[in-house]
Ligand binder design. Structure first.
Ligand SMILES: C[S@@+](CC[C@H](N)C(=O)[O-])C[C@H]1O[C@@H](n2cnc3c(N)ncnc32)[C@H](O)[C@@H]1O
Length: 300
């Protein structure tokens, strides 16, 4: 195997938390090869690249069940292609902090779990005991599953996609969680937040991890830079006193200070006060660009 890749892999393998088989193996320039990123999903490797994939030697070394290649794009995003192993075995179960998640290489551009959110998911599990947790833009409900495993009183997951919510339900089932106190809402987050306000619902923890841009088909487009403070405002109105909002964005052009400012603006517009904030660094295996901003905000 390529020396640089082998050394990055062995370093991560040693440090990765017990009960976790999926992590970033190689993080571009910070590990010595620009524009190449490798993720290990339970011994199935996903190699993502920008522009041109340089020749890589992935052959010898640690046992790999399959290798998939994906071109990173803003437009015309496609599912990865299998270049080694059984391409029909695209659907697998991985383990993160002793919790199980379904991964699907053939499902499209994203494989079912964003590995860069591992530390936030772990934190959610730690603080969720007896809490009501609202997970907006839930995708396959990774945060909700961790909250439920941490003893949440209830979780509510909102996503535009019925398919992703069904995938989320399978993740609950994989972890033997009884779904009677776990709710799945299909549709636009902004509409649901307004409805919850009308119904007088309150939550102890609200998770906001939206895409940078999205289109809901009816209402128009969502842009993280334009709409984040409104999202915070609607959420802050639903937070119990002393509750938390986890506000995330992976939009590279959204600078840390501008992101903090829009959080503050949103909380002020909701006529609430920020008790404190802290920023969560990215997991250690994401050693390259610090693109994911995660701000934990406690509201009075
Ligand atoms: C980046 S993913 C979120 C990742 C997720 N928070 C996690 O940690 O796994 C974006 C998700 O937001 C959903 N989405 C996009 N726009 C939405 C909207 N306006 N309302 C609800 N869900 C939306 C997409 O369907 C997708 O599942």
């Amino acid at each position: 195997m390529d020396k640089l890749i082998k050394s990055a892999f062995l370093d991560r393998k040693e440090k990765i938390p017990f009960g976790t088989d999926s992590y970033r193996v190689f993080d571009g320039q910070s590990d010595g090869i620009k524009n190449v990123y490798i993720d290990n999903f339970a011994d199935h490797w996903l190699v993502s690249y920008n522009d041109v994939l340089p020749p890589l030697d992935l052959d010898d070394g640690p046992f790999k069940k399959s290798i998939w290649i994906k071109e990173l794009k803003h437009e015309g995003k496609a599912a990865p292609k299998c270049v080694y192993g059984d391409s029909k075995l695209s659907n697998i179960v991985i383990t993160e902090n002793n919790s199980l998640f379904e991964i699907d290489f053939s499902s499209g551009y994203s494989q079912g779990l964003f590995l860069d959110q591992r530390d936030n998911r772990s934190e959610i599990k730690k603080i969720s005991k007896d809490k009501k947790v609202l997970n907006c833009f839930s995708y396959t409900c990774g945060f909700s599953v961790m909250a439920a495993l941490g003893g949440a009183k209830s979780t509510t997951s909102i996503d535009l996609s019925r398919g992703y919510l069904d995938w989320g339900k399978r993740n609950f089932t994989l972890n033997n969680i009884d779904c009677s106190d776990h709710f799945f809402c299909k549709g636009d987050v902004f509409r649901w937040l307004k409805q919850f306000k009308q119904k007088g619902r309150q939550y102890d923890i609200i998770i906001l991890d939206p895409p940078s841009f999205s289109r809901d088909g009816k209402k128009g487009t969502f842009s993280v830079v334009k709409d984040y403070s409104h999202l915070i405002e609607l959420s802050a109105k639903l937070v119990e006193p002393m509750g938390w909002i986890l506000a995330c964005t992976n939009h590279k052009k959204y600078k840390h200070q501008a992101f903090l400012d829009s959080i503050e603006l949103g909380v002020n517009s909701a006529r609430k006060k920020i008790i404190g904030t802290h920023s969560m660094p990215m997991p250690f295996d994401f050693s390259g660009e610090n693109y994911l901003k995660s701000i934990w905000v406690q509201i009075s």
